[in-house]
Structure formats: C-alpha cells, structure tokens
Design a protein. Structure first.
Length: 323
C-alpha cells in the first residue's frame, strides 16, 4: 500500500515495477475405441498359449510414456504473426496448467519445477508483447478459443493499465529482490487475513502480485512505501496492528485491515482506490483477482512470473530462469 492515502491522488501516479499478465484455460481430451475382429479372424482357431517365462518378460520392451515438448528457453524469440502467437499462447498455457496441476500442493511446493518456471516466463513474455502491441493483440485474440481469448483480453488489459503507471528507472538503478515465500505458505497468510477481515484472499493475492510480485521486490517505492504490501509509514502506524512492515504475514493482515476499513468486501473498487488512487490500478487488481478466483492454478502461475522493470535503457528481468 505504498500508495494508500498518502500516495499521489490521481491516475498519473507512476509505478516502478512492470507486472505482466496471466492467462487462460486450455483443455485437452482423449478418447479410446475397440476394433471388432473380422469374420475370418473370428473363425481362426486360437493358438496354444503358455505362461510367460522370466526370459520373455525381460526381452519384452516397455511401452514408453508420451514425450513432453521441452519448455521454451528463457530468451527464445517470440513469434511475430498473430496466428503463430495464438498457437504459442495456446500451447504454453495448456502445458503450464498441466505442469502446475502436477506441482501445486505437493510436499515440495517451495521448489517450483524448472518446467513450470520456464513455461510461466514464456507465457509472461507473450502477454508483455501483446500489451505493447494492441493491433497484434486484437488479431491474436481472433485466433484463440473463446475462453482463452476472454482471459487473454483481461490480462492484456491489466498489463496495459499497469504499464501506463510505470516510472522508468535510470539505466544504472537497481531494485533489491529476493526469493518469495512458498506459494502454499502465502495462501495460508491470505486465508488467515480473509477469515479475520472478510477480504477475499484472491484480492489480497492480486494486490501483492501487483505491488511486489509476491514479496520479491524489497526496495522501497519512490514514494517511500515499504514491505511486501507497500505501506507508507503513516498508514502502517494506523493499520499495522503493531506488526513488522517487512513481515509477510503481518503485512498481509494489515492490508486486509486497511481494505476492510476502506469498504471491502462491500465495495472492492472503493477499497482498492483508497489503497492506490488510480482507476487503472483498481481495474488491474480486480482482473487478476478474477482469474485467480476462476481457477487456483492461475495463482500458482502468477506466482512463478518474473520481476521485470522498465528502465531508461530498456526492460530488464531481475528474477526467474538464469537470474
């Protein structure tokens, strides 16, 4: 909330960290069938059979599991044509959702598999590209399935809104970043705050995603906001309940406290506008929260997106594969 009541009170308030957009559902189905034998085959006497010996079993080759397509490398060139972008987004989203489904909720949830991380980065890069190229984005939507097109539009809109609030950093400037807490641990923090203050855990997750990429950005904002939920000192004093502004659990509780006091859950638009005085910010948070609410796997995908910043010398990626 680095940008709660003490933040500049108009839509021109810039943001320092670019957040990209997440996407969509792609489902795959498979079928099976049985072929009936021909009449001739049915009249042929069955051969005498014997039990398989150990030698038989050792020499019978096992049926290999279907091979997965390798995930895209971090810096692979993105397609240029809308049809190719639509195909890449469809395949990447499908594979990412499958990989997230295998990983999320496991005992090793604190260590996202390389496949999840690489697919998430590729999807994020596609959405960043579409957000900066509206004409290409429109032509790409037309080639997507209806559910994916809807989610893509929402995410590109959210990314475009947030990019409009970014203040480019000087080329040599740096942000302090660190690893995020495990995805499951963050959900427990969000749900604890939801139980106490009635604020949707998906909204809290979307706020943290937009503000600091789930706590990865640790530098204060240009306005002096601090911590994983970006509080100004005065706002923290009023709503921090004696906690530590840099502690993840304390900060999430305080954010829920502030949003509740500002009108949530009755009026999320009003509450989020108090958190950051920008209608574009409010719209982006609600779009991201809606995707998390539709499918929790969207949260796990957002969690694996990298921190990108806009500088006067171009975009820079600070976290993720190879960083």
């Amino acid at each position: 909330m680095g940008r709660m009541s003490e933040q500049a009170a108009d839509n021109r308030t810039p943001r320092r960290v670019i957040v990209s957009v997440f996407a969509a559902v792609a489902l795959a189905t498979a079928g099976c069938g049985v072929t009936a034998p021909s009449d001739a085959a049915s009249r042929t006497p069955a051969p005498t059979t014997r039990a398989a010996t150990p030698e038989d079993r050792q020499t019978t080759p096992a049926t290999p599991a279907p091979a997965e397509d390798p995930p895209p490398a971090p810096g692979v060139a993105l397609p240029k044509a809308p049809a190719d972008l639509a195909d890449a987004l469809t395949r990447t989203t499908r594979d990412l959702r499958a990989a997230v489904g295998e990983w999320a909720g496991t005992d090793d949830e604190s260590r996202p598999p390389e496949r999840v991380v690489l697919l998430a980065l590729h999807q994020q890069r596609i959405y960043r590209h579409l957000a900066r190229n509206p004409g290409t984005a429109t032509r790409t939507y037309a080639r997507l399935s209806r559910p994916l097109a809807k989610e893509a539009k929402d995410n590109v809109t959210a990314a475009r809104d947030l990019l409009s609030l970014v203040r480019p950093l000087k080329g040599g400037s740096t942000l302090r970043v660190r690893a995020a807490e495990p995805a499951g641990a963050l959900i427990r923090h969000f749900k604890r705050a939801e139980r106490r203050f009635g604020v949707s855990w998906q909204v809290l997750a979307a706020v943290m995603f937009v503000e600091t990429k789930f706590g990865r950005v640790r530098s204060p904002s240009h306005t002096g906001a601090k911590g994983p939920m970006q509080f100004m000192p005065g706002t923290w004093a009023a709503y921090g309940m004696g906690g530590d502004v840099n502690d993840t659990g304390d900060a999430i509780l305080a954010a829920a406290n502030y949003l509740h006091a500002s009108g949530a859950p009755r009026d999320y638009e009003k509450a989020l506008y108090a958190y950051n005085h920008s209608r574009r910010y409010v719209n982006a948070v609600l779009l991201h929260a809606g995707q998390i609410k539709r499918d929790v796997r969207n949260y796990y995908a957002y969690y694996n997106w990298s921190v990108f910043v806009v500088t006067t010398e171009g975009d820079r990626r600070l976290t993720g594969p190879g960083r």
